[in-house]
Design a protein around this ligand. Structure first.
Ligand code: HEC
Length: 200
């Protein structure tokens, strides 16, 4: 026992073969040290986090990177820009100038098929919601502005969802052009509801 302490030689039987290369050249009372580095992948991740921190702080604190508030505000501005402005403004002018345009009608029809047909039926002839192909309207007079109002705001207590915040302006335009093209087609379906408003 005491012999081992006085003569702290490397004890070959305690060292694995693949550790021999790692053995450092010192020996404290029989305690030897291996130079056993962390795995490469671990080091890459570790030093990577340090590099990331420097870049991150540099960009967001000193390099003029946007704050969370600025990011939120620019996101909100983008969403706001996608919304139809209002029933009286740009949207209705765009609808007016696209009336009867077959490509726009086709776009509107695709949007209608995805969002409206479940309640107003595939041809607009009415199912849960009223027939949209007659001249009778429960809400408004069937003008583009009045149709937009009911589509955008919905009819909460009758089950018509509000679409104003859901449908981007461009899609809303083609949807309205499509709805106006349905008006007066008189497709057989739900009987007319509301008040008749025939355009002069
Ligand atoms: C969940 C069912 C449902 C969906 C989906 C739906 N609607 Fe309606 N819609 C209704 C109901 C119900 C009414 C009738 C409201 C009332 O009686 O006041 C209605 C009314 C309307 C009216 C007014 C009709 C009138 O006579 O005044 C329009 C226009 C209309 N919907 C268009 C749309 C469009 C466009 C879409 C798709 C973007 C759509 N709806 C999707 C159920 C729905």
């Amino acid at each position: 026992m005491s012999d081992e302490i006085k003569n702290p030689e490397i004890q070959p039987n305690l060292i694995l073969d693949d550790e021999k290369a790692m053995l450092l050249n010192h020996n404290y009372d029989g305690i030897q040290e291996l130079d056993n580095p962390l795995p490469k992948w671990w080091q890459i991740i570790f030093y990577g986090t340090i590099v990331f921190t420097v870049l991150y702080i540099g960009y967001y604190e000193f390099g003029g990177g946007p704050s969370l508030r600025q990011e939120m505000e620019s996101d909100l501005a983008r969403i706001e820009a996608m919304r139809p402005k209002n029933a009286g403004g740009d949207l209705l002018a765009a609808v007016q100038s696209a009336l009867g345009d077959a490509a726009v009608i086709a776009e509107g029809q695709a949007s209608y098929a995805g969002k409206c047909a479940s309640c107003h039926a595939d041809q607009g002839q009415g199912l849960i919601g009223p027939n949209l192909t007659d001249y009778h309207w429960i809400h408004g007079d069937g003008s583009a502005g009045e149709i937009y109002k009911v589509v955008a705001d919905g009819v909460a207590d009758k089950g018509m969802p509000p679409w104003g915040a859901v449908i981007p302006a461009d899609e809303m335009k083609s949807l309205l052009v499509y709805l106006l093209s349905l008006r007066g087609q008189m497709r057989a379906g739900k009987p007319p509801e509301g008040v008749e408003h025939k355009p002069n």
